[in-house]
Design a binder for this molecule. Sequence first.
Ligand code: ACO
Length: 342
Amino acid sequence: MPSDSFPTVRLVGVGAALPDPCLHNDDLSQLVETSDEWIWPRTGIRERRILPPQLSLVDLATQAARQALAQAQVHPQELDLILLATSTSADRFGSAPQVQAALGATQAVAFDLTAACTGFVFAVATATQFLQTGLYRRALVVAADVLSRTVDWTDRTTCVLFGDGAGAVVLEREAAGLSPLDKPQGILGIELRSDGSGSELLTLSMETEARPLVGSLRVGQYRCRPITMNGREVYKFAVQAVPEIIEKSLFRAGIPAEAVQGYFVHQANQRILDAVAKRLGVDPARMASVLEHYGNTSGASVPIALADWVEKGRFGPGDLGVMVGFGAGLTWGAIVFRWGKS
Ligand code: ACO
């Protein structure tokens, strides 16, 4: 159960941004030896969105952020904190301040956080701490990735899986003096994990090339490598780690699995979502799925799935949800929450 000594932190708005250009499985078969017949049954993906070269990760992140702020009815200048969860920033010094500037969120401190497909969950957990301690009142968490810019388009084992997208949520600490409600509100339970011994299973790394600099001094120079993945091992890890962390986070929150209206699990593969539902004994209809149209959008996939359900009215104020990220690092984590201002 959440500690009585911490104030309530609510999720009060969600938004998503997906580029228009769409790449269907049939289009991919013109690039690599693959087919819709191979991709669809193994992944649940039919198409994915690709960010046009003239647009940036910051453009996509800002679009999702504006939607979340509008839904939350929060003005950018009311924000104290902006976290950008991304693994594909064009500027490795960080892009969150550019999102802050684009929004005109002049009062907010902004920084990046990287944890691959778990980045959004880790960022929501981080923002929650800033709000619970009383340091800040309102935070924006944006997850954005443009994996189309990092995949090897000749590698059929990875290029068929990923798409571009961004998602965002607004978090708010409850104002002092609000009358107590009968049910626990907002963020109710957080469980986070890392296991670096599995780091080789998924990489988006830099190679160091040695070259002579001056005299006998040699220097290392980075060169970007495309995504690599051991699909089978990642699959095995996911179907074991995800149900386990959902159960632990629900236990911590004191919520039974059957009380949860929506599971927003990282959208990597429909077979993973089905296996998780089966292991938990949860109705598969409660597992949000947007994979068919967007593919794996890395850290953005959880808020994109949440935005989809909120927009369609499948998930509303007062509903209980679990957000789950998993992926490279290895990292994984779950957050139990009651949505909105019920
Ligand atoms: N089209 C056609 N054939 C293909 C393709 C393709 N796109 N990709 C692989 N194959 C071939 C392989 O070469 C192999 O052929 P071979 O038997 O002649 O060697 C055969 O299909 C089987 O390959 P596997 O890799 O064993 O296929 P598998 O059934 O495991 O499915 C998949 C691959 C879909 C990637 C699966 O392993 C998976 O979903 N794993 C989890 C991946 C995941 O979750 N990744 C993201 C998590 S973290 C993050 O989001 C960054």
